[in-house]
Design a protein around this ligand. Structure first.
Ligand code: UD1
Length: 429
């Protein structure tokens, strides 16, 4: 199993290219199941989660084709991948494949919409709370599906096809919004989804579905309206930049000091987190080619945050922000409201010398702490990267084990950081 070794103390200076968003690429790939024609996605990141989903899609009968190297392409640029579900030969998504990544459960929507049946294993994924699937099931049932849970599988059928519905999500869910929206594109009649997620990745998926012939309005607001159509067709779509990767590197620069251009980053995708960084004393400048992030000498000020659905502060940046706040001149309070078990990084950050008090869903970070390198363990995707960041700011060597979590979501992490002066290496055992 690979480890990552970081020797802290270097400032970050240079340019980091921002990849296509993992959380957009996954639902976009799944949307290829909705049509027999080809869906070409540009800027798909190289990530373990993308590979896992390719395995699931090919098991349903999807063919895929990765475009070859292009002149002038830096090797850190995302790939163009064409997906074609000419014929869906299997409507079962088995446990061995789905258990690797929660988002693979989302195939249930397109399979039901196009094939009128699906048998999908209940998901696994990051161990950050119970993460149930009740919202997916309730929305698909509202569209006329019958769903049973049988031996760890959701077994769904909609003989005659799905029907449009007026459905209100009891809680905001990104995944359930993606799935209900995809399913509704091929349902008979009109669907209205209320209390829908407003995340940029939902808008990206809606844009792609629209390019495929779907009739969708309101994506990006709490109410999405979909007029079902007979069939969708092929399209070409570029995956939007990764706002979580952007925020992560912005916080890393804030932590180590220095100045970095986050190439292709879009401020509007993470305005709330950028405003928090500005409050903390970080320079943020929006440019045509991306975002310039700098901290040169200024102290880090403590800022309190509460994680919320978009446009609030993203839960996927909570661990990274906590790492940053260990260096702030005072106490900060971080409240997690999206997932109930998303503080596993606290114990690991403590091993590096952070002082963090936990009370239920609220953490109090006592800054500033002198961090010293140690051996730590990656627990989930975002928590892992917070340990890398802490390692960059710590004295001496930090060894992070179980880095397969990082590979699920951060493309070329070591290369991107070392190109900006970080002392970071991957050790393969
Ligand atoms: C997506 C993101 C993940 C991010 C999360 C919240 C992807 C691939 N993953 O995950 O990185 O952390 O949004 O921004 O895009 N819930 C239920 N019942 C359900 C579904 C969800 O109670 O049927 C709950 C969850 O347990 C959680 C909350 O709703 O407490 C939000 O989860 P959700 O938005 O669904 O997260 P994901 O789509 O899994």
């Amino acid at each position: 199993m690979d480890s990552i070794r970081v020797v802290g103390g270097n400032r970050l200076n240079g340019t980091i290219p921002i990849s296509g968003a993992k959380n957009a690429a996954l639902p976009l790939m799944i949307a290829s199941l909705l049509t027999e024609e080809e869906l070409i996605l540009e800027n798909v990141p190289h990530l373990a989660d993308v590979e896992s989903l390719i395995r699931i899609l090919t098991n349903h009968g999807v063919d895929y084709h990765v475009a070859g190297k292009r002149r002038a392409h830096a090797n850190q640029q995302g790939r163009n991948i064409a997906f074609r579900a000419a014929e869906i030969v299997d409507t079962t998504a088995p446990y061995e494949l789905v258990s690797k990544m929660r988002a693979s459960f989302w195939v249930i929507g397109p399979l039901l919409a196009r094939m009128h049946k699906a048998r999908v294993s209940l998901p696994g994924g990051c161990a950050i709370g119970t993460r149930p699937v009740d919202l997916f099931i309730a929305s698909l049932e509202a569209m006329g599906a019958a769903i049973d849970i049988d031996h760890g599988y959701a077994v769904a059928s909609a003989p005659g096809g799905l029907k449009g519905a007026d459905f209100t999500f009891a809680k905001v869910s990104v995944g359930a919004t993606h799935v209900a929206m995809m399913a509704a594109t091929l349902a008979r009649g009109k669907t209205v989804l209320r209390n829908a997620a407003r995340e940029p990745e939902v808008v990206d998926l809606a844009n792609c579905l629209t390019a495929m012939g779907a009739r969708i309005s309101g994506a990006g607001t709490g109410t999405i309206t979909i007029e079902g159509v007979e069939a969708l067709h092929g399209a070409r779509h570029r995956v939007l930049p990764d706002r979580i990767e952007t925020g992560t590197y912005a916080m890393a620069v804030a932590m180590t000091g220095g100045e970095v251009l986050l190439q292709d980053a879009e401020a509007a995708l993470l305005q709330n987190a950028l405003d928090v960084l500005i409050k903390a004393g970080v320079e943020v400048e929006e440019r045509n080619d991306g975002l310039r992030i700098a901290r040169n000498g200024a102290a880090i000020r403590p800022v309190n945050i509460v994680t919320e659905p978009f446009p609030g502060f993203p839960t996927d940046l909570q661990a990274q922000f906590m790492a940053l706040m260990t260096q702030a001149e005072g106490d900060s309070i971080i409240r997690e409201t999206i997932f109930e078990n998303r503080f596993m990084h606290v114990q690991e950050l403590a091993r590096l010398g952070a002082r963090i008090g936990l009370d239920g869903q609220t953490a109090t970070v006592h800054g500033p702490s002198r961090l010293c390198g140690a051996q730590v363990m990656a627990t989930d995707l975002r928590a892992s990267v917070s340990l890398v960041m802490a390692g960059l700011a710590a004295e001496g060597e930090t060894m992070i084990t179980r880095v397969y979590h990082l590979d699920r979501g951060f493309e070329h992490l070591e290369q991107k950081l070392s190109a900006c002066g970080a002392d970071i290496q991957r050790l393969s055992h």
